[in-house]
Design a protein around this ligand. Sequence first.
Ligand SMILES: [Zn+2]
Length: 237
Amino acid sequence: MAAVSADQNRAGSLPGPRRAVILLGPPGSGKGTQAQRIAQRYQLPHLSTGDMFRDNIRRDTELGRKAMPLMERGDLVPDEIVLRMVEDRIAHPDCNNGFIFDGFPRTLAQAENLERICRRQKFGFSVVLYLAVRPDLLMRRLTGRRICKLGGHIYNIYDRPPKREGICDEDGSELIQRPDDAEAVIRERLVAYEAQTRPLVEYYRARGLLAAVDGNDGADPITASIMKILDGAETLK
Ligand SMILES: [Zn+2]
């Protein structure tokens, strides 16, 4: 794998209007890793709805008090509450130059509402990076995942194997496959993802906000492709 170049490590800012940078892609597409890297590169906060829930609960806000019993029961927090938390969050000064989301929005209704909120908060159009990955490659990445019992260190038996089979290099503990990463479960996760996310992809594509990124490569070439798009962000819609 190629080393991340010095240029990729250099911090800068997103040219053009401040925007939401949204990463879309199936489980195993590496969007979490990419979101972290571009957050660093463009000095944008990497937002997660999970953090927002926890923060609102900790501060005992009205929204937190509504969300807490639902989360404790394992129920879905309704969009109305989630979107109000998002709007509060992106009004914070650390979002003055934009922000990054991966894992949100998940549905068409959330996507439409997020665009509405961004307009209201005087953000430009979102830039949506869609990491497209071949299904066979996704299966390989996901079914190959192994996690160490002790420290949570992550391996992949195909792409990043441990030195000794089944044993963590760092701490010598046993490597296990999470039940979520079993092949049958992964097929279900991918089918669910397709059903839920495909309409989002079409929504953003129809509005000219979608930039497709070849996600079949390693993490570094994917980062390079994303930076090329974002460095030219002033020319985007
Ligand atoms: Zn370990």
